[in-house]
Design a protein around this ligand. Structure first.
Ligand code: DOR
Ligand code: ZN
Length: 362
């Protein structure tokens, strides 16, 4: 298959292992866009306001999501906080909660209640290891703790390595990895450590992220060489790397109305999740970073669907459904908007031509 010219691609339903669905009207707007992006399974982040720190709230939120987006399998997470004790882990595991998200305190949107001292959670991590729950990590050190000359993500990598060493069987995901160094660090760990890669980190660099509010997110996109390592990592096909869009909707006005450099962090890709991964890979081929035949259906299916499901120990993708992507000259609209017009969210790469996507019985 030559991705640059192929007209039609059939793939299993994608699994998006990192989504932000928010609450209320915003949730009602964005949850139905999951299927539009070719995704039938979504791992949901708990950085709500207030953060999801109780099992009851996580389960109630799951019900709301299922009602807003029938047909999507939602995997749920708790927000790591001092109230998440080993007893809570045992109960969460029994209640079918999949993961626990670790946000360093203050690292990103709605993370003020995050973790200041990791060592305080060692008993919790041990309980997660024995209950086989997944630890999802926002892998960025605080700016105040990061030496000059390295990125916040690079500064976090020793913490990832020491956690893995201390809890070798604990399944850890370094979320939205964004640097060549992070890819190397994840490869150097055992099979219990994996990483998600977003669509937008395949096509954004610091040049756009610094100045376009719709390209600003955390971790901030880095150098072209980091971006190119991410696309090459997908082409290599290691099971340690899989799709997690980190699609993070913010009201349009909060992006356009912010002072330069002050927009909230988050790139919204959900309605075109699979299509934007293809766009990022296509552009890498055009730049000559990947060979023309480096991407085929198997690599796409592995990255978008199989690797994530396997790491999460889910059953294989629904065998009776597939997504069909075709080049029909369609372009990404500027935004999604609620029926009453009250909420609008700008979509990444608006105006760009992408594959159309439809669901079919396999
Ligand atoms: O860009 C981001 N937006 N990065 C995160 O870690 C959080 C997310 C959000 O919730 O808006
Ligand atoms: Zn996120």
């Amino acid at each position: 298959m030559l991705l640059k010219t192929v007209q039609r691609i059939e793939l299993p339903p994608a699994a998006d292992m990192h989504v932000h669905m928010r609450q209320g009207d915003m949730m009602q707007l964005v949850a139905p866009t999951i299927l539009q992006g070719g995704v039938d399974t979504a791992f949901v982040m708990p950085n709500l306001v207030p953060p999801l720190t109780t099992i009851d709230r996580v389960l109630a939120y799951k019900k709301e999501l299922e009602a807003a987006a029938p047909g999507v399998n939602f995997l749920m997470s708790l927000f790591l906080h001092s109230s998440i004790t080993p007893e809570v882990i045992a109960q969460a595991s029994a209640a079918g909660i999949t993961g626990v998200k670790l946000y360093p305190q203050g690292a990103t949107t709605n993370s003020d209640a995050g973790v200041a001292d990791l060592t305080a959670f060692y008993d919790t991590f041990a309980a997660m290891e024995s209950h086989d729950m997944v630890l999802n990590i926002h892998g960025e050190a605080l700016e105040s703790l990061t030496p000059p000359g390295i990125t916040l993500e690079e500064a976090f990598l020793p913490t990832l390595q020491s956690l893995h060493k201390r809890f070798p069987k604990l399944r850890i995901i370094l979320e939205h990895c964004s640097t060549a160094a992070a890819v190397e660090a994840v490869k150097a760990c055992g099979p219990s450590v994996a990483a998600t890669i977003t669509a937008h980190h395949l096509y954004l660099t610091e040049t756009e992220a610094c100045c376009d509010p719709f390209a600003f997110c955390k971790p901030i996109p880095k150098k072209a060489s980091d971006r190119d390592v991410l696309v090459r990592t997908i082409a290599e096909g290691s099971p340690k790397f899989f799709f997690g869009s980190d699609s993070a909707p913010h009201p349009l006005q909060s992006k356009t109305g912010a002072e330069p450099g002050k927009a909230p962090a988050g790139v919204f890709t959900q309605p075109f999740a699979a299509q934007l991964v293809l766009l990022g890979l296509c552009e890498a081929i055009e730049r000559g970073v990947l060979a023309e035949d480096a991407i085929n259906e198997e690599i796409l299916a592995n990255f978008l669907s199989h690797h994530g499901r396997r790491f999460y120990k889910l059953p294989p993708a629904a065998p009776l459904k597939k997504i069909v992507l075709e080049r029909q000259g369609a372009a990404i609209p500027a935004s999604v908007r609620s029926a009453d017009g009250n909420i609008e969210v700008g979509i990444s790469r608006a105006g760009e031509q992408v594959f159309t996507l439809r669901w079919e019985e396999a």
